[in-house]
Write a protein that binds this ligand. Structure first.
Ligand SMILES: [Zn+2]
Length: 484
């Protein structure tokens, strides 16, 4: 019994969310803490989820004209300095290499905090004429940002995995379309693969990516009422093209400056996925991303062991053949109850139970991970039946996440009301806002809540005429929330 206690989750999602999250990540074998503060080791079950996220996005990128490439992880200091906003934006977080072996380097090398400064000069080199545009590059890599904060696996780590896309276009229209294409693909990932409803918006001017013209964002709401910035897509205007000299000859042989974009999604998406769906029994994953979609647990006595196992193995083979990721747990040294707990903890979306009754009636018992709902199904056509159940599990997760978001977007028209509403309910609060960063301060100071986004469309009328903080004319609708 003590083994089962150690295996299970002891913290409560509702009452100690942070500790619960850390326990789920470790006990579901997604990640461990590295010996250096701020770093984690991603274990195979965690990496498998990341690989599936990669597979989906990478396929969509390639279908829409993006090529993968790889650039060095080190960036010469002089390159980093060529775009002043990048330097100012990232300087406090940059890790530097000063020595190679015993030799001091002539020029310090930055460990990339993001790769605009090393990729853009090459795009400048490779683009000659309008026929070279658009140029779309993406790389899957890790970046390092030396933030001195408490480690939270997948949410806050000094090194994190991500993809960064970098593109150059002939004009603003092309670059803006690109920015939106990627934002839509991120939204699709959340909605169709991760079972997470998402909000699309734009970051306020003072919170844009350094040097960007416009930063667009996907925000998702966690059950504790905090918002997660889940992906960003930036229209960079011509600032990077000017700094790195991306020019091209147009159809009249006139020299023009290109417009660029960059866009990224990190493993923070995994953190949000785990945080949103999982429960006090452990990890919950949508079938789309689960390394194991179905576990078959045979339940036997000595006198029927052979036939139960054979029946279970037969069903497993049929599911495997249909492309379903199935695991037959026929371990001798664990009882069925222990196996149920273990696979619940590890987030397998569907459990199939096979005992003597199932064998005799030519049936299988299917149990959904998120809510324990079970049903007895015919053995015939089992692959199709299991696929339907996996779809149902996905739909349940999405519906529950939608419920988390629904009713969590409120309105307020004074500082006190913003503070009171977020303080009491969490979630998002919409208010009129003058556009001045100073008006964010009183809310930030009092509650650590901030403006996470404004509407994507710059022309949209603000919900109130006046700024909820200073009373001046409102320019935008601000969405306030606490954040991860
Ligand atoms: Zn104001």
């Amino acid at each position: 019994m003590s083994g089962e206690q150690e295996l299970g989750i002891t913290e409560s999602k509702e009452h100690s969310t942070g500790e619960w999250y850390a326990e789920v990540v470790q006990k579901a074998e997604l990640a461990d803490y590295a010996p250096m503060g701020g770093f984690i080791v991603t274990r195979p079950r965690g990496y498998a989820v990341w690989e599936r996220i990669q597979d989906h996005l990478d396929g969509w990128f390639k279908d829409t004209g993006v090529d993968n490439a790889y650039f060095p992880m080190f960036i010469p200091e002089s390159y980093l300095e060529r775009e002043k906003d990048i330097v100012e934006g990232f300087d406090p977080e940059v890790a530097w290499v000063t020595h190679g072996g015993y030799e001091e380097l002539e020029e310090r090398l930055a460990v990339r905090p993001t790769s605009e400064s090393i990729i853009t000069p090459f795009i400048a080199d490779w683009v000659r004429s309008h026929r070279d545009l658009p140029m779309r590059l993406n790389q899957w890599c890790s970046v390092v940002r030396w933030e001195a904060t408490e480690t939270k696996p997948f949410f806050r780590t000094k090194e994190f995995l991500w993809q960064e896309g970098h593109t150059a276009h002939a004009d603003e229209d092309g670059a803006w379309d690109e920015t939106m294409t990627r934002l839509d693909q991120y939204e699709r990932l959340y909605e169709d693969v991760m079972a997470m409803p998402a909000l699309k918006g734009r970051k306020p001017e003072h919170d844009k990516f350094p040097g960007a013209h416009t930063t667009t964002t996907i925000e998702t709401l966690m059950p504790d009422g905090k918002s997660v910035q889940a992906a960003t897509s930036h229209y960079l205007g011509t600032s990077f093209a000017e700094a790195f000299d991306i020019t091209y000859a147009d159809e009249d042989e006139e020299e023009q400056t290109a417009h660029t974009t960059s866009w990224g999604l990190s493993w923070r998406s995994m953190g949000a996925l785990i945080m949103l769906h999982s429960d006090d029994q452990g990890l919950v994953l949508p079938p789309t991303l689960a390394p194991t979609q179905v576990v078959i647990v045979p339940i036997w006595q000595e006198d029927n062991k052979d036939e139960v196992l054979e029946y279970a193995a037969d069903a497993a083979a049929e599911l495997d053949e249909a492309g379903i990721r199935v695991n037959l747990d026929d371990r001798d040294n664990r009882n069925p109850g222990f196996k149920y707990n273990e696979w619940e903890l590890k987030g397998v979306p569907l459990r199939v139970e096979v005992g003597p009754n199932e064998v005799e009636d030519d049936e299988l018992t299917l149990v959904h991970r998120p809510d324990g709902e079970n049903s007895v199904e015919s053995r015939d056509d089992i692959a199709a039946t299991v696929s339907e159940h996996l779809d149902t599990v996905y739909a349940k997760l999405y519906a529950s996440a939608e419920e988390t978001l629904e009713g969590e977007i409120r309105e307020a028209d004074s500082r006190e009301e913003i503070l009171g509403t977020i303080g009491q309910h969490g979630g998002y609060v919409k208010s009129g806002w003058c556009g001045d960063e100073d008006c964010e301060e009183p809310i930030k100071d009092a509650l650590a809540a901030e403006i996470v986004m404004v509407p994507l469309d710059r022309g949209e009328e603000p919900i109130h005429d006046d700024c909820a903080i200073c009373g001046d004319e409102a320019e935008e609708t601000a969405y306030w929330a606490k954040t991860y």
